[in-house]
Design a protein around this ligand. Structure first.
Ligand SMILES: Nc1ncnc2c1ncn2[C@@H]1O[C@H](COP(=O)(O)OP(=O)(O)OP(=O)(O)O)[C@@H](O)[C@H]1O
Ligand SMILES: [Mg+2]
Length: 317
């Protein structure tokens, strides 16, 4: 995640940029069960958002609300500047969607499936052919889907979602079943769509891929928004320390009165906000130049924030 493209605080509500997705105070009940509880966030055109959270956190429900497949019990949803109830905003050409349990009629061939969606969306046969080739399905395009592996079906599903070069792309766990090369390829494609101004929301449990490729993350817990921001912003919100590991002149560091306070287990352990101050001190006061800064990864941050929530819900009960 690239902090440079983010707005401090992870709050984009007041920017001049074009908002592609805007959810305000969205709640959803399935009978008596509250699946989503007062969730607000927005995604600008050309921005990518990872939707993270435990099983049952509400990620797929949120995606279905954006698509208009289910209606929220409360709150408003705007897509491409229009209230989501307006059919135009849901024009299938503008939206691309990969459901988490994507399945197509298995007597059709891969080519027939894409040709069918291309006809629905007014997409050329040329694009169908080029996507089949790009997704490595050329050799199997005339085979029935019942002969496809899980990853082959997933590639087809993703190709279907991006067929019309949508303005809003919603992918529910797109890398499940994809091999590492196919996942890299998919994120490359997502980057191309982002450059063309597409807003992308991806629900995933693969935190390292999300950290490397997506701009921001929305972390959900029990239907609520737990945190939202770039990796740098989430890092500041968690309790984890940044560690500085140094191999040379450790005595100089250990005996330095200012640095002593941070010295623990052979490392300097500091709050993320103190990083530049401590690094400057290391270089100018201790002449230590050979060191490694180890910042918490998104996976560590996720577990830390989830742990805080579980702890506070236990304390409240
Ligand atoms: N049609 C439904 N009727 C009743 N409850 C539902 C329905 N769909 C989802 N739920 C419940 O709503 C909650 C959120 O489900 P959702 O599918 O949005 O979670 P998720 O974050 O996508 O989980 P996962 O990571 O397992 O895909 C869960 O507790 C689930 O059991
Ligand atoms: Mg889901």
């Amino acid at each position: 995640m690239n902090a440079a493209t983010q707005i401090p605080g992870g709050n984009h509500e007041n920017t001049m940029s074009e908002l592609a997705i805007q959810l305000t105070d969205v709640s959803l009940k399935y009978n008596d069960f509250t699946a989503l509880d007062g969730v607000s966030f927005d995604v600008e055109a050309g921005q990518t958002l990872a939707l993270l959270g435990h099983n049952g956190a509400g990620k797929s429900s949120l995606i279905k609300i954006i698509l208009g497949l289910i209606q929220p019990t409360r709150g408003s949803v705007n897509i491409l500047g229009q209230n989501a109830q307006a059919s135009q905003a849901r024009n299938s050409v503008c939206l691309g969607y990969l459901p988490e349990d994507a399945s197509f009629y298995d007597k059709l061939t891969g080519y027939e499936v894409l040709r069918y969606f291309a006809a629905l969306k007014g997409v050329s046969q040329q694009r169908v052919a080029s996507l089949i080739e790009e997704f490595g399905l050329e050799y199997a395009q005339h085979r029935q889907l019942k002969t496809y592996s899980k990853g082959m079906k997933q590639r087809l599903g993703v190709a279907q979602a991006i067929l019309s070069e949508p303005k809003v792309l919603l992918l529910d766990e797109p890398t499940v079943g994809l091999d590492p090369q196919a996942s890299q390829f998919l994120y490359g494609k997502i980057n191309q769509l982002k450059q063309a101004g597409c807003a992308v929301v991806i629900s995933t449990h693969e935190l390292s891929l999300a950290e490397s490729h997506l701009d921001r993350a929305l972390i959900m817990a029990k239907g609520k928004r737990l945190a939202l921001g770039s990796c740098a912003e989430l890092r500041s919100a968690c309790t984890l320390k940044t560690c500085i590991d140094f191999s040379e002149l450790s005595e100089r560091v250990k005996s330095n009165a200012y640095l002593q306070q941070f010295y623990q287990d052979g490392l300097l352990q500091i709050a993320t906000s103190q990083k530049s101050e401590v690094v400057q001190h290391l270089v100018t006061q201790c002449q230590v130049f050979d060191f490694e800064i180890k910042e918490p990864r998104l996976e560590d941050i996720y577990h830390d924030l989830m742990g805080q929530t579980l702890r506070s819900s236990v304390e409240q009960s």
